[in-house]
Design a protein around this ligand. Structure first.
Ligand code: SF4
Length: 63
């Protein structure tokens, strides 16, 4: 099964980087933090780039 991407919202600083780079997967939730709303929105390597680019490293894969 494909891995699931999750945002640790306690750590997210709402910089918007992941949402700008992969809007097909990430968006701002009502609480102003990022959330992964569409797991199938982009290929894994594109999501990985967003994970690597998060300044506080709060996006993770969950097996
Ligand atoms: S890049 Fe990281 S800190 Fe910035 S909005 Fe996305 S999850 Fe939050």
């Amino acid at each position: 099964m494909r891995k699931t991407v999750v945002v640790d919202q306690d750590e997210c600083i709402s910089c918007g980087l992941c949402i700008e780079s992969v809007p097909e997967v990430f968006r701002f939730a009502d609480n102003g933090k990022s959330e992964a709303f569409d797991q199938e929105g982009a290929p894994e390597e594109i999501i990985q780039a967003a994970i690597d680019g998060c300044p506080v490293s709060c996006i993770h894969w969950k097996e």
